[in-house]
Design a protein around this ligand. Structure first.
Ligand code: F6P
Ligand code: MN
Length: 326
């Protein structure tokens, strides 16, 4: 018999109030994810219109798409009036204050990889749950709570809306993977663990000319294969959805790289520290891997702003260390 997500969470988290709050929040996110997955299907529309731009821009200056907004609103509706004191999202410039007595801070990328929606490719939702530190129910104090380094996370994970709807989750005692079976998330037999080295790399190669010498040298060694100093043939994959590229790394090992580059606004990379890099880094470390900005561990960085970007290199520990010492 497969174990349900509810049962898995209850076993570890039912001991105290904080644990129950974390459990309920993850289950609420699971309920939102079912709605998002359903909305990605044709859903009675003439065509699926979830990729239609709606005229507004997000914190990145990208045009918001219908599904970005739907996902954000579905999450807010599910977590409201429960345990989350403050909600931070890629789709919101500022904090949303929710539950005055809430013990948790929730940070999300509600719809990761949204440029893939129209192409029927995998997209997802990434989340990070932090403890609330300040009693004052005011934006400036709770914003500060969202800027805790990633080591403070209580739980993190991501959903993928692809051929299957799946969840990769950590509550700080390893990583577990779940799959939506009809209306319930059930635990997969597979336990995600990263090998010391892999033979896959994931990077957007079209940016090669903008990279630092360090990134170029590292990727060149992968491309050199058996003839090069890594003495191994590599395969390359790039989905363009962080969630899907991450799942593949968890499955097969290897390294994901979105380094800083010379393009305007890419000098600290593309991905967001608080709601993309930190939750992925927590999962990666819990699976025995390493996540870095190229110099130091992601989880030790103290964020300075909610939408701050960071270079992100993660995956098999040995591969990431090779990159750092390049
Ligand atoms: O959230 C940003 C994102 O969509 C990630 O999911 C993905 O890894 C990255 O951007 C892709 O960036 P690019 O289009 O530059 O390859
Ligand atoms: Mn994203």
């Amino acid at each position: 018999m497969s174990e349900s997500l509810t049962n898995y969470l209850s076993c570890s988290l039912d001991q105290n109030q904080l644990g129950i709050a974390i459990k309920d929040t993850i289950l609420s996110l699971g309920d939102a994810s079912k709605q998002i997955a359903f909305s990605l299907s044709k859903n009675g529309l003439p065509d699926n219109q979830m990729g239609v731009p709606i005229g507004d821009t997000n914190s990145d200056g990208d045009f918001k798409k219908a599904l970005d907004v739907f996902a954000d609103e579905a999450i807010i509706a599910e977590i409201a009036n429960k345990h989350v004191a403050a909600y931070f999202s890629e789709e919101q410039d500022k904090v949303l204050l929710l539950e005055p007595d809430g013990a948790l801070i929730l940070c999300t990328d509600p719809l990761d990889g949204s440029s893939n929606i129209d192409n029927n490719l995998s997209v997802g939702t990434i989340f990070s749950i932090l403890p609330r530190m300040n009693d004052r129910f005011e934006a400036k104090y709770l914003e500060n709570d969202a800027l805790q380094p990633g080591v403070s996370q209580l739980a993190s994970g991501f959903f993928i809306y692809g051929p299957q709807t799946t969840l990769m989750l950590t509550i700080g005692n390893g990583v577990a993977a779940f799959i939506l079976d009809k209306d319930e998330f059930v635990k997969m037999q597979w336990v995600p663990k990263l090998p010391l080295h892999g033979s896959q790399f994931a990077i957007n190669m079209s940016n090669t000319r903008f990279w630092s010498q360090k990134a170029r040298d590292y990727i060149q060694k992968c491309l050199d294969g058996l003839d090069g100093s890594f003495a191994k043939n590599y395969n390359m994959r790039w989905c363009g959805s962080l969630v899907a590229d991450s799942w593949r790394i968890f499955r097969e090992g290897g390294i994901f790289l979105y380094p800083e580059d010379r393009r305007k606004n890419y000098d600290t990379g593309r991905l967001r520290l608080v709601y993309e890099a930190n939750p992925i880094a927590f999962l990666v470390e819990q699976a025995g891997g390493r996540a870095s900005n190229g110099k130091r561990e992601i989880l030790k960085i103290k964020p300075r702003a909610i939408h701050e970007r960071v270079p992100l290199i993660f995956g098999s520990k040995g591969d990431v260390i090779n990159y750092e010492s390049q």
